[in-house]
Design a protein around this ligand. Structure first.
Ligand code: MG
Length: 157
């Protein structure tokens, strides 16, 4: 078995769509960054890459590579899940935390699991938790959203 940890954060700004775990969430602001800035997918991708020992998300998806420009982050995750398989591993568990002061994310968790499952990780192997930062710091003031993820890979027999 292999284990990996992932982290990502992006600032919230007006005039951007909010995409978390592959789901469009109605909110006055969205995350700014390359692609859709989907922090949850990015943290999960980072955790799988970590478990594979293949560096980080920037090394695997350089922002100079036109192939991934404006691609939904679920597609990047699908590519990484395929890379895990090609290296002889399957994802056997993902646990993730989204830290956001607003909006309330609990109504979207099941849809996120469904959207993420398009990457090849079944919904039954994904756990997503959402919490606030209790008003502390930039995230607590609603200036950004962060996500953590842990991935367990199992060697394919
Ligand atoms: Mg990111």
């Amino acid at each position: 078995m292999r284990i990996g940890v992932g982290y990502d954060s992006h600032r919230l700004v007006k005039g951007r769509k909010l995409v978390l775990g592959g789901v469009n969430i109605p909110f006055g602001k969205g995350l700014i960054g390359h692609s859709d800035a989907d922090v949850l997918c990015h943290a999960i991708i980072d955790s799988v890459i970590g478990a594979l020992g293949l560096g980080d998300i920037g090394k695997n998806f350089p922002d100079t590579d036109p192939e991934w420009k404006d691609a939904p982050s679920v597609n990047l995750l699908k590519y990484i899940v395929g890379l895990a398989r090609a290296n002889g591993y399957k994802v056997s568990w993902i646990d993730a935390i989204i830290i956001a002061e607003r909006p309330k994310l609990s109504p979207y968790i099941e849809s996120m699991k469904e959207a993420i499952s398009q990457s090849g990780i079944p919904t039954g192997l994904i756990n997503i938790k959402a919490k606030t930062n209790e008003g502390m710091g930039l995230i607590g003031r609603g200036g950004g959203i962060a996500a953590y993820a842990v991935c367990l890979l199992r060697r394919i027999a």
